[in-house]
Design a protein around this ligand. Sequence first.
Ligand code: ATP
Length: 248
Amino acid sequence: MADSDQQGQFHQEVSLLDVSGIETGYDDLQILWNVGINVRRGERVIVLGANGAGKTTLLKALVGLLPAWKGAIHLNGEAVQGMRIDRRISRGVSYLSEVGVVAGLTIEENLRIGGYHLASGAVRSQMAVMYDFFPDLRARRREAAASLSGGQRKMLAVAKALMSRPQLVIMDEPSAGLSPLFVSEVISMVNRFHGEGISFLVAEQNVKFLEIADRVYVLDAGRMIFSGTVEELHKNDALERAYFGVYG
Ligand code: ATP
């Protein structure tokens, strides 16, 4: 049998992001305990958790803003723990923090930051793509991000995260501080770009994001207490435990 046939026979799809046994925290304060998570190509994965559950800490460890004390992080099968954040970005990951934009810079400058590792021609063409998606941003491109409303800033943050042409966008509480109308807009934005082939890992408190979840994780006090589909979540008490501290 030819090698290629053998490889084909044993081929299994490599996850876009595969995380196991993550432990980390701040100084000697441990926040995460044996956390695992997995995102397959084309998925929208939601990590739900209450205030202080450790969502931001987890995302920071995934993108390299916080060192993982233990555990493994693989991107497209490549071990990236210990790798700098810019190297992870060049491997197709983009991170949208809760703040997301630099308020003192113009809209265009923010987009340039998002695409900083692209060649200048690619920056221009990707910026044109983003302006086509968000015409309001084009009209105001020379204005400071600080002049935008909360909802518009979130649009800019998403556009900035997409500037690097990522395979996977990691978003930290995109609904924070937004009105229900803008939360719905963020959700439809995720859907639109998911339709363009981008995968998403979104940490949220807002259960409205379950509407678009292909799979869900629930983080409670630094531990993953649930992993499954939305349907499975509804048959489980993980959300009650995570949000109300109710233990059955
Ligand atoms: P939120 O929705 O409030 O952002 P979260 O789920 O993102 O919550 P984290 O921000 O990861 O939670 O915080 C988890 C725990 O880590 C909390 O107890 C928080 O007080 C603590 N923590 C966060 N940042 C630091 C830090 N820089 N130094 C020390 N402790 C921190």
